[in-house]
Design a protein around this ligand. Structure first.
Ligand code: F6P
Length: 353
């Protein structure tokens, strides 16, 4: 009897359960049993998990999160980590692993693969920043949630002539902020790939305030840094450390804009009442049911990962390429980050007004 293990690592992501279902269903066609490790690599290190049945995975593509749990445990942080993984696999008689995760989880998978362990990677992140795949599942759901939120913020911001700074997830890249911001008509989108100065930001808010619209919505990715970040004086914390704008990004940016607007002599006396509000969307973007696109992409990636297992074709990452699902190079996927390209950001910038 052939057997494999499956794990979900890193932040949870809508579409994970669709992948698990796809792997279990495809493996079942060849009589391969699948052991679901609990809580990512931690479950592999501790040999903790359970055998997944077809019954258990039926219809789970409709549910958010992951039925086997996740964690940010790093196998490589323990010098004996790879040996522990090999031992667990030996004890459970597993011929290989399917690791579903982002750059950290897949980085471990790649290392283990080089050490001779049979691994297949499945790219997962709402941030959409993994290369070698056109899209990662979860991104579409997260962007739709952020878009809905920004849609709603327009009326309240407009009613009070306020500036609202909406912080979206995206630690290294601005895919969600840009996708949601462009779709929901944010007046400015700030992302790590294209830093802007504080003056550039506040002058847009000022321009809008002087026009009839008066209010501004700014979508900002959590990894955004000001082009002149070091020159902004946010004071010191209780330990005397310089406060960085990245800490409490939306709040800091919002406070800075409010202060600059209130003190601008060109804006007239009314501007001293100008208000800004920060909104941090946070984990709301990762929660709840996946949209149709992510259910289907997750399913197709899972079925493909199962197919690679059936064919003993290990050492790859499954990926979307155009309309096809392929086996891509795992090494490239974990070493090159997929950033928002200039053409996309420039097109969106037409609407920053
Ligand atoms: O990597 C996905 C992600 O959602 C990032 O956008 C975010 O910075 C991070 O995870 C949050 O992680 P945690 O759930 O550990 O707070």
């Amino acid at each position: 009897m052939r057997k494999i293990g499956i794990l979900t690592g890193g932040g949870d992501c809508p579409g994970l359960n669709a992948v698990i279902r796809g792997v279990v269903e495809k493996c079942a066609t060849a009589g391969i049993e699948v052991f679901g490790f609990h809580d990512g690599w931690r479950g592999v290190l501790n040999a903790n998990g359970h055998w997944l049945t077809l019954n258990e995975v039926e219809g789970i593509q409709t549910i958010g999160g992951t039925i086997i749990g996740s964690s940010r445990t790093n196998v490589l942080a323990d010098p004996n980590g790879p040996d522990k993984v090999a031992n667990t696999m030996k004890t459970l008689e597993l011929e290989g692993l399917v690791a579903i995760g982002g750059d950290d989880t897949l980085g471990v998978a790649n290392k283990l693969s080089k050490l001779g362990i049979n691994v297949i990677g499945v790219p997962k992140t709402i941030d959409n920043d993994l290369s070698c795949t056109d899209y990662t599942f979860g991104f579409e759901t997260a962007s739709n949630i952020a878009m809905d939120a920004i849609d709603r913020l327009h009326t309240t911001a407009k009613s009070h002539s306020r500036c609202i700074v909406v912080e979206c997830m995206g630690r290294h890249t601005g895919w969600i902020a840009l996708q949601a911001g462009l779709a929901a008509n944010a007046h400015l989108v700030l992302i790590p790939e294209f830093p802007k100065t504080f003056d550039e930001i506040v002058s847009l808010v000022k321009r809008r305030y002087l026009r009839s619209d008066r209010y501004t919505i700014i979508a900002v990715a959590e990894g955004f840094e000001l082009a002149d970040g070091d020159q902004i004086d946010l004071g010191l914390d209780a330990f005397g450390n310089k406060l960085l704008i990245q800490k409490n990004l939306a709040k800091n940016l919002s406070d800075m804009i409010e202060k600059a607007m209130r003190n601008d002599p060109e804006l007239g006396s009314d501007a001293k009442y100008f208000e800004c509000r920060p909104v941090v969307l946070g984990h709301v973007q990762r929660g709840g049911a996946p949209c149709a696109f992510d259910r289907v992409l997750g399913t197709r990636l899972g079925v493909k990962a199962g197919e690679l297992v059936v064919n003993h074709d290990y050492g790859k990452m499954v990926a979307q390429s155009g309309n096809s699902i392929i086996g891509a190079d795992l090494e490239t996927a974990v070493t090159v980050r997929k950033e928002v390209d200039k053409e996309f950001y420039d097109a969106a910038s037409l609407y920053f007004k």
